[in-house]
Structures are given as C-alpha cells and as structure tokens.
Design a protein around this ligand. Structure first.
Ligand SMILES: Cc1ncc(COP(=O)(O)O)c(C=O)c1O
Length: 423
C-alpha cells in the first residue's frame, strides 16, 4: 500500500515495516515515502492541467529548502520538476541531482556575489530580484563575466498569508520583495543596464497558507501592474506566483486547489506569460516521518514524560513555530491511552514535541513516529548539543535505502582546530 499504513498492527511506509528501517538505519531517522511525493506532485500538476490550457501549464520549481536530500531532488527532477533555490549550496545540490539549469530560479533577499556568479555560469532560468541594490550587483557580476542575467522582480503585495507569523512573507513590513513603485523603478533601471534583461514579476506570500482567498488577493495585484509596466514599454513574459500550499499537520482543512487553479486561470493566464510556481512543503511534507525510540518514561508528580531519542536539533518546527506534529506508536497501536509530554534529550525547555498528548501506552525501547516531518525537518536540523545529524531513508514500494548516513562524531569535529598556543 502507498504511503503510511498499518499492516498486522505495525506501522509501515509503503511495503516496509518501520521496525525494519529502525534496525538498518538506527534512530532517530527521517523516513520518506517516494509514492507520497509522486502523488503530491501529480495532484498539483493535475489541478493545473485541468484548469489551464496546454500552452499555459506552469513550470513547477520545487522549493528545495523544504527538503534538499539528493535522492528527493532526483525523484522530483525525474517527474519533470524545476527547482527554486535560495543559496549557492542549493544550486550545487540541484546541479548534482541533474536539474536542467534552465529550470532553476534563484530567490532570496541576500544573494552573494559568489552565488550570483555561480548561477550565471550555470545558466539558470532567472533571478527573482528583491531589492534595487541587488539588481545592480547582478548587473555588475554579469558584466564582469560577460553574461546576461534574466531577472524578474519580486512584488511584495502587502497581503498576509502563511500559517504563522514567522512564515508570512507578503506583508509590507516583511523583508521580502518590493512595493509596486520600486518594481517599476527596477524595470526602468534594468532597461539602462547592459547585462540584465527584466522579464517579469514574482511573488510568494508565505508558507502553509490555508486561506485560499489570500492567493486571490495577491494575484489581484498583478494585472494592473503588468498593464502599467507594459504601457511603460517593458516586456512582461514571466510571472512566478510562488508556493505556500499547506499540508495536514493536525486536523487542518486542506487548500481548495481547484479554487486556486481557477484563479490562476482567471487572473494569471490571461496576462499571457510563462507561469512558474514554487511549491515546497506541499510536495514533501506529508511524505516524511521522524522515526524515534522511547529512551525513558519519566514519571513525576505532575505528569508522564516520554523521553525520545529525537530532539529539537533534529526537528526544529515545534520549538521554532510552536508547530503541531502528529505522533504515533509504531506497534501496539491499540494499547489503552496514556497522556504524555513527548520530549527530547536537548538541554532546553523548548525541546518538546507534544504536551499532554494521548498516545497508546508505551514502554522503553518502543518506536514512535513524528508525522508530517518531510518538509523543513532535516533541512533545518543542526548539531546543537553536538548531536549528529540523523540518517535519512527513502522507501519506494518494496525498496528502501539509506539516502543519508547518520553523521559521525568525526564528521562533526573534522573542520574544527585547536590553535597551537592552546595545545
Ligand atoms: C521564495 C519562496 N518560494 C517558495 C517557498 C516554498 O514555500 P512552501 O514550502 O510553503 O511551498 C518559499 C518558502 O519559504 C520561499 O521563500
């Protein structure tokens, strides 16, 4: 069966029992289902295929900040995806995973000279420009190496989207994008630059955007701006409408993708441009779990703590955003419920995955999964408390492979040195 399912009382991913994964990869480890990633890609692509004419199909550029493992990237590349990158490191990963540079878009408010150069040398599709000084820097680097940069300007539409204050990006006080006036100034400046070609606009209002109307509100800002830029003699041939599609963490109602697609058809497609989208979380979030072992059950006068071997350094979202993640036992799933606080070993009070959560009664050594951990999970992991980065495993039907080895202490320590005078 595809995805996460129970067989003979044991939680599986596709055909693979999770205890088998724990024995081969150890815990904590991330486990991803290739079939869920394929299904999510097909759902998004399918909604666009139904709503939009064949010559207006969007290029889906996967926002790999969500999960940048090379195997995950290769899978999405094989499905036809392009790539959205935010750093030179992500460019290196994308190229290594075989993405066509002509399908890569570079975003972010702080592009460095070295990464602009690397993107130009690779021949990426476009830079999504977020400030006027950045435009100048792109032109400067392009001139120096004799290349021409294709750019679009990221419009800040002043629309609140995003499931949490810290993942909202489209309000005027956010650091992202440019107001309409500065977008126009950008086009005027670009028209005087030798090594930059301005081709369109981009926007991205936030992540985990539940209210589908927020997208329409943002889209509605585009037609008038496109018209005024065209009247000003600027060619607008590309619109990048960003990502932000939500997934289920708890009992959220999913985005009405068909309504979204209908607005792309009614508001964006008539502007007769190439259309680009930047989905991240939607493609991989529900495809991953963090598999963990119960280290101890600690009883206090106040409560029962389930101390697990995964911690906030492995999955930061609960500590960073107070994010909810479902937690499930891998076996003995019909045990009577006990109320636990599920916590990790890190020395911070915020190292807590769930408070007062009802779970099947568990014992030391039992396995559990933290659900919906495929996006912004491993990619935000750190070595805090000198904990090695966890392993990652990809399951595909009856195949499974470790796609990233657990980090060793040598890996962590090898780039540190003690100066001679301290020896
Ligand atoms: C510019 C840009 N595009 C796309 C995304 C992907 O967002 P999501 O994972 O919510 O689809 C992000 C995420 O922060 C982003 O900053």
């Amino acid at each position: 069966m595809n995805g996460f399912n129970e067989k003979d009382g044991i939680l599986h991913v596709d055909d693979i029992a999770l205890p088998e994964v724990a024995s081969s990869a150890g815990t904590p480890c991330y486990v991803y289902s290739a079939s869920v990633i394929r299904d999510q890609y097909a759902a998004l692509k399918g909604a666009m295929e139904i709503a939009l004419p064949a010559d207006r199909q969007p290029l889906l550029c996967y926002a790999c900040k969500a999960n940048s493992n090379l195997a995950v990237l290769s899978l999405l590349r094989s499905l036809g995806c392009g790539l959205e990158i935010i750093s030179e490191g992500e460019l290196v990963r994308g190229l290594k995973a075989g993405f066509d540079p002509a399908k890569i878009v570079s975003t972010g408010v702080g592009k460095q000279k070295s990464e602009i150069k690397a993107c130009l040398e690779a021949g990426i599709h476009q830079f999504n420009v977020e400030s006027l000084p950045e435009l100048e820097r792109i032109n400067e680097v392009a001139t120096k190496i004799g290349k021409t940069a294709s750019v679009v300007f990221r419009l800040n539409p002043d629309v609140a989207g995003g499931g949490h204050d810290k993942i909202s990006t489209g309000r005027s006080h956010d650091k992202f994008g440019l107001g309409a006036e500065n977008v126009t100034k950008g086009f005027e400046a670009a028209s005087t630059m030798e090594n930059v070609t301005a081709l369109g606009l981009s926007m991205h209002i936030g992540s985990q955007v539940f209210t589908v109307e927020s997208f329409r509100e943002a889209f509605d800002k585009l037609p008038a701006l496109v018209e005024s830029l065209r009247e000003g003699g600027h060619e607008i041939t590309r619109l990048d409408i960003g990502g932000g599609f939500p997934i289920v963490y708890d009992d959220e109602k999913l985005l009405d993708l068909d309504a979204y697609a209908a607005w792309v058809r009614d508001i964006i497609a008539p502007l007769n441009t190439e259309i680009i989208m930047e989905p991240g979380r939607y493609l991989v979030g529900n495809a991953g779990v963090l598999l963990t072992e119960v280290l101890y059950i600690k009883e206090t006068d106040d409560r029962s703590f389930l101390v697990i071997d995964a911690a906030m350094n492995d999955l930061l979202r609960p500590a960073l955003y107070d994010a909810f993640h479902g937690i499930e036992a891998v076996a003995n799933r019909s045990n009577a419920a006990t109320t636990y606080d599920v916590v990790g070993p890190v020395c911070e009070s915020s190292d807590i995955f769930a408070e007062q959560r009802n779970l099947p009664t568990m014992a030391q050594g039992d396995l559990a999964v933290i659900r919906s951990a495929g996006a912004y999970g491993f990619s935000m992991a750190s070595n805090y408390n000198t904990r090695p980065l966890p392993a990652e495993v990809l399951v595909d039907g009856s195949n499974h492979a470790i796609i990233r080895q657990r980090q060793s202490f040598d890996d962590i320590l090898k780039s540190e040195t003690i100066p001679d005078w301290l020896k």
